[in-house]
Design a protein around this ligand. Structure first.
Ligand SMILES: Nc1ncnc2c1ncn2[C@@H]1O[C@H](COP(=O)(O)OP(=O)(O)OP(=O)(O)O)[C@@H](O)[C@H]1O
Ligand SMILES: [Mg+2]
Length: 274
């Protein structure tokens, strides 16, 4: 068993509604060690809320309950906003779907990559610049000096996503949550970014919670997968065991792999009645 970085026990998230309290994440339990754990499920199954609950970034009206929500030895339940902002960016970082919404168009890339260093450390500006350039080159940007001095509008989608990853990793967090980090990119770029995330996870000794709706795709990069459905965890397993999944839902997701044989035909869908 890998030593957990994050431990979650019976986490639930609910929202008030006109008809009463609606529970959207339902008593889920899992842990993440120095590994890639893929969290997979269809739209609305509760993946993003799970990631946000771990980051302390749920909307104000959300109600969170957990028997345990801990980062190493640290209890994440009931932290003050000040404690959260120390942990965020420093220990746990989040990469979102689309850099267009995460990068500030008015500031140069270098400044944005250095921002978390500014918040959390007391480095000289020369040292911050050196670390930012180093990170920009680690994420595979060919000309880090030029990217450093650019505004986000001058970057392609793939470059923007690499910049976001650099900005999130510059403080060497122990846990990275990537919520559909490649869905705004074309297929070839998706594979490049996922390959990059995989190698950085190993190189930096992090844990990665990789959120996706594409079981086929993430199974090529993850160590384990956790399938979520209707707010519950349907099943968790090693990627190597997916072909023997016991849950019919996981099997259906797994069987829905697009291939030359299914090209042009409708993929099977999975309904409640199955
Ligand atoms: N602020 C909110 N108030 C009420 N319900 C919410 C709120 N945010 C999310 N939900 C509900 O919680 C459920 C899970 O949402 P979540 O965003 O976690 O889904 P998801 O699995 O990330 O889906 P997607 O693949 O579309 O991103 C959805 O049914 C959604 O409608
Ligand atoms: Mg989501």
């Amino acid at each position: 068993m890998i030593e957990p970085i994050l431990s979650v026990d019976d986490l639930s998230v609910s929202f008030p509604s006109e008809t009463g309290i609606v529970r959207v994440v339902k008593e889920i339990s899992f842990s993440v060690g120095r590994e890639i754990l893929a969290l997979v499920g269809e739209s609305g199954s509760g993946k993003s809320l799970t990631g946000r609950a771990i980051m302390g970034l749920l909307p104000r009206q959300a109600m969170v309950e957990a028997k345990r929500l801990s980062f190493g030895e640290r209890d994440l339940r009931g932290l003050s906003p000040a404690s959260w902002s120390r942990i965020r960016g420093q220990d746990i970082a989040l990469v979102l779907q689309d850099p267009k919404y995460s990068l500030n168009p008015a500031h140069r890339v270098g400044r944005q990559v250095e921002e978390t260093l500014l918040l959390h450390g007391k480095l000289s500006s020369a040292e911050r610049r050196r670390q930012a350039l180093d990170m920009l080159s680690r994420v595979g940007l060919a000309d880090p000096e030029r990217v450093y001095a650019s505004y986000p509008a001058a970057l392609s989608g793939g470059m923007g996503q690499r910049v976001m990853i650099a900005a999130m990793l510059i403080n060497r967090p122990r846990l990275l949550i990537a919520d559909e980090p490649t869905s705004a990119l074309d297929r070839g770029m998706q594979d490049q970014i996922l390959t990059l995330l995989r190698s950085l996870t190993v190189e930096l000794g992090m844990g990665l919670l990789l959120i996706s709706h594409d079981l086929q795709q993430v199974s090529r990069y993850a160590d384990r997968v956790m399938v979520m459905r209707g707010g519950r965890i349907e099943e968790q397993m090693e990627v190597a065991d997916l072909a023997q999944a016991s849950s019919p839902y996981t099997r259906a997701l797994w069987a829905a792999r697009p291939s030359a044989a299914t090209y042009g035909s409708l993929l099977p869908t999975y309904g409640e009645e199955v």
